[in-house]
Design a protein around this ligand. Sequence first.
Ligand SMILES: Nc1ncnc2c1ncn2[C@@H]1O[C@H](COP(=O)(O)OP(=O)(O)OP(=O)(O)O)[C@@H](O)[C@H]1O
Ligand SMILES: N[C@@H](CCO)C(=O)O
Length: 330
Amino acid sequence: MGVNANTNAANRKVYVKVPASTANLGPGFDTLGMALDLYEWIEMGFAEQTKIHLFGDQVEGIATDKTNLIYKVAQLVFEKAGVQHPELEIAMYSDIPLTRGLGSSAAAIVGGLAAANALIGSPLSDDTLFQLATELEDHPDNVGASLFGGLVVAFWDGQRAEYIRVEPDERLEVLVAIPHFQLATEKARHVLPREQSLTNAVFNVGHSSVLVAALCTGRLDMIPRAMKDALHQPYRAALVPGLAKILAEATDHGALGVALSGAGPTMLALVDRSSSRKAELEQFLLDTLATEQIEATLLWLNPDRGGVQVLTHFDAGCTLIENIKGDVRG
Ligand SMILES: Nc1ncnc2c1ncn2[C@@H]1O[C@H](COP(=O)(O)OP(=O)(O)OP(=O)(O)O)[C@@H](O)[C@H]1O
Ligand SMILES: N[C@@H](CCO)C(=O)O
């Protein structure tokens, strides 16, 4: 993660760019995440009175007072570092849709932690930020991907989170179908059984192990067989019309593998970027969802490789939104 840490000036501001992520990649329930090139930008500075400004289409319902998630995680960083900065000015612009399974909450947590840490000279290590983020999000795969970029293979035992970052294969491209309805992780988690059979456990351990090995060794040919899950997708299919058919048939239409992204409702296909069947896959997804009267937006994305970035090139005289318009989004 790139960090700019050189001054404690009262008027200092930091700018952070943090990627979206997909969690539960196939059989990797709560363990396998990948960062995606869809971003949220956060500007944070000290203030006399807290102000939170939100920009973009993806901010409906987000709090603009001290209950805001970014404000709250910033205060956790200050507490951990033994400093007090109760008043902050925060601006946020996001292209990551809320409650769709693309890691919006993880991006807010990671972005808030990284911005607050940079603002006070980066006393906390990347590992400390990862531990804090995992505790807040409750699972390490989204937050690990947003922090470190690439593919993150992780577990959390309730005490510590551990991870290994894997560089995504250059040939991998991602197609997401984002339904126009929200599905909160809390609700999608509620439909899962508290206990699972040994058969399901063995199924996921085997498939997840082979999927990770395939992703580490460039065995894209193994993805269609390995990217299957028995722990959460079968239960969540009832919440996402069209999901069962898409899981069963997308590989017949050019996908290497397909999964519910995070807790859904977004569905994600891994695709070989040289495939000649991209239009066929798009049509299959749209037709399947239309049959279920589900409107959805399709987006072609790439794995993000850098994770959260503290940006150093912004002109301190500009607001976040001016910078985004001028520099980031062209
Ligand atoms: N930038 C943000 N600032 C403040 N709160 C946010 C921000 N982004 C997300 N949130 C909070 O996180 C909630 C969404 O979290 P949730 O875990 O349900 O979905 P998700 O993170 O988009 O999907 P998933 O975890 O399945 O990938 C939002 O309703 C909002 O309360
Ligand atoms: N791993 C989480 C989703 C990511 O927030 C779940 O499936 O409930």
